[in-house]
Design a protein around this ligand. Structure first.
Ligand SMILES: [Zn+2]
Length: 309
């Protein structure tokens, strides 16, 4: 399935469409069913009215030392005391996601990554920028609060993003002691890549290495941890495969190219940033929804912005 960043596409697709397990209609009914089902279970934590701050506090309670004094997980739009009418979890609070949340009557978006195109969401990062200003205005007009959930979800035990990705890939039984290294059944790189594309709903991904190569020991770093983290993990674990979300081509890409030339057998699989962490925000949706009876909590897939040509 193509993930075009158009309003219509992004507004209609949710995680379940994304992984091809249900049609849109089925999703809507499944959502309704699970919501009704929850009413029968004694999982009530907070009943409406619920504020943005109440939900933030629920997350803080899970994490030792939270709230952190130094974190990028700040409110990007709206306020802590804003009453929540519905929650949307997603990777990026894109314009289509904002519009779709508003259309669904949800006024709180919890996004893993920045809203304003840089790590700290500094709105002056690129000077007076007209897209930043328009996005800010859109959020104000729609009365939508946005909170980034990056540092905190990575501080869950296990890391919520990692758990979500491993679960989505069907590798939970190989995930031991929160280690980023999984010992899988021996298979070719080609098979491994095919499996990742299918389970994570990825059309295209990039590989450095030979598809016929055998692999078993897999190291994973979803997202964009940076070349230093990639290289250190490779050096420490010497995996057959490193699977990442995003790379700096001139760091990790060139390192793998040279290490291959020096005889190392570690190959690289680059999933794409958004798709590599998307299951993590679905995981968070599943964590949060039962704790908020009476409030609809939905995951919307912001998807990859790229078209392959
Ligand atoms: Zn992340």
């Amino acid at each position: 399935m193509k993930w075009l960043p158009s309003l219509q596409d992004a507004s209609l697709f949710t995680r379940r469409d994304f992984i091809g397990q249900a049609s849109k209609a089925a999703l809507l009914s499944a959502g309704a069913l699970s919501f009704t089902g929850l009413a029968a279970r004694p999982l009530f934590n907070i009943a409406p009215p619920v504020t943005v701050g109440d939900i933030m506090d629920m997350v803080y309670k899970e994490i030792p030392g939270a709230p952190f004094t130094n974190t990028v997980d700040t409110i990007k739009a709206g306020t802590r005391d804003q009453q929540v009418t519905g929650v949307v979890t997603t990777m990026f609070a894109t314009r289509p996601i904002i519009e779709q949340a508003a259309a669904m009557g949800a006024n709180f978006i919890i996004a893993h990554e920045p809203t304003f195109y840089n790590h700290t969401d500094d709105k002056k990062w690129a000077g007076d920028n007209h897209i930043v200003q328009q996005k800010e205005q859109l959020l104000q007009d729609r009365k939508i609060a946005v909170w980034r959930l990056h540092d905190y979800i990575h501080s869950f035990h296990p890391d919520g993003v990692f758990a979500g990705v491993v679960q989505q890939a069907g590798w939970l039984s190989y995930y031991k002691n929160e280690s980023p290294v999984l010992e899988l059944p021996t298979q070719t790189l080609g098979n491994l890549v095919g499996h990742l594309k299918k389970t994570l709903g990825i059309d295209h991904l990039r590989v450095i290495g030979h598809l016929s190569q055998s692999c078993r020991r897999v190291a994973m770093i979803p997202g964009a941890a940076g070349g230093q983290a990639h290289l250190r993990l490779i050096e420490k674990e010497r995996p057959d495969v490193l699977i990442v979300g995003e790379i700096h081509e001139w760091e990790t890409g060139e390192y793998i190219r040279d290490s291959y030339a020096f005889g190392s057998k570690t190959v690289l699989v680059v999933l794409g940033h958004s798709v590599s962490e998307e299951p993590g925000m679905q995981w968070f949706r599943d964590w949060l929804a039962p704790k908020l009876p009476g409030i609809k909590v939905q995951h919307l897939v912001s998807g990859s912005p790229f078209t392959w040509v």
